[in-house]
Design a protein around this ligand. Sequence first.
Ligand code: NAD
Length: 438
Amino acid sequence: MKIAMIGTGYVGLVSGVCFSDFGHDVVCVDKDPRKIEMLEAGKVPIYEPGLDTLMARNVEAGRLSFTRDIKTAVDGADAVFIAVGTPTRRGDGHADLTYVMAAAEEIARAADHYIVIVTKSTVPVGTNAAVRETVARANPDLAFDVASNPEFLREGAAIDDFMKPDRVVVGVESDRAAEVMQAIYRPLYLRDFPIVITDLASAEMIKYAANAFLATKITFINEIAALCEKVGADVKQVSKGMGLDGRIGKTFLHAGPGYGGSCFPKDTKALARIGQDHASPVSIVETVIKVNEDTKRRMIDKLMDLAGGSVNGKTVAVLGVTFKPNTDDMRDAPSLTIVPALVGGGATVRVVDPQGKREGEALLPGAAWHDDPYAAAEGADLLVILTEWNEFRALDLRRLAGAMAEPRLADLRNIYSSEAAHEAGFTAYDSIGRAGFP
Ligand code: NAD
């Protein structure tokens, strides 16, 4: 199969590279000249483990190329995937479909043979129908079908998720489009994974419902964690006891500083808007959005309390600022709420993140970047673990406490324990949903 991929972000690039690894011929298009220049030079513009090697292998095999020219990519393609951003529209919470619709028009003008136009971007119900209308208007003679193929990969584990998906969801309106989509995903059939073929609206809805459900699960345990602190329970034990119930499951039950990232915040907001627009409010999701904001603010209160009421004039070292480990993505990361509150509160803030600096430097003004947790802790009054990178999971707590002016630890990912912090010489420790000290 010949595939064109529009957009070389986290989803487009991973999908394009993986499709080429399946043996398809893939041309990836981006309108950002910097990204295409980097890709043509063999460099990956984002941090995603394993992507550089896989990309190099398929470029070398002649199955994968990059261009700014959509016409080159669409020429002879069986399917064109739209994998552009759908950020929150300023002001109203809706998904901004400007990029999707612009891509649809560009495809329509570039195509001159039957193609399947596949939306991989996360889009509200009705968008694929709108793509169909836009393409038909821009190129009335074109024979085409539209398909919805939402993506479920997680940044940081994207290649594995793409290659070994729990399921692939495909929304179509014709058998012909279904056949093209099945041919594209056929290499995965060796693994016997379920391909869920639906109508367009259901496929669009599955993506929002799945993400909102996961955001709800995280938010649920975060709220239970707050209650655990009041009643003297330990949320780690609570989530273990809950998660072993097969009906509940143990994933997405780790209490933390609130969800962030490129998907959950914008997708929950978009789903809430879709509900409001159809006079069918998704109240549970509206509440999740609010509770998540409260959770991030609760973290700020925790840090202030741990610092003795105020961080004014204090030095705070923050470990991890990306929204989760193994990515350089800073979109809607809890650090974007927490670090500015520390800087605004008069603290000298030092941050350490294995991959966050390129994006994060401009987003966290006033913070000083360090490469090493121990150097960042030198003379500090408070150490905050905000993102659970592997590098921060086996720290020498004694060495850290010894280096600090005031050895206080805020463990917002529950990596360590009160006992371990105490033994290492910390004078104060707080985490999420568990007892701390003093
Ligand atoms: P991104 O912002 O990283 O990448 C989008 C890319 O599209 C950019 O490089 C941009 O330059 C390019 N682009 C925009 N308009 C274009 C056009 N007309 N022609 C060519 N290139 C164009 O976005 P992302 O994180 O990859 O997300 C893409 C979509 O996938 C979103 O709808 C998102 O919700 C969804 N999604 C994301 C993830 C994730 O983990 N990031 C997971 C599942 C689904």
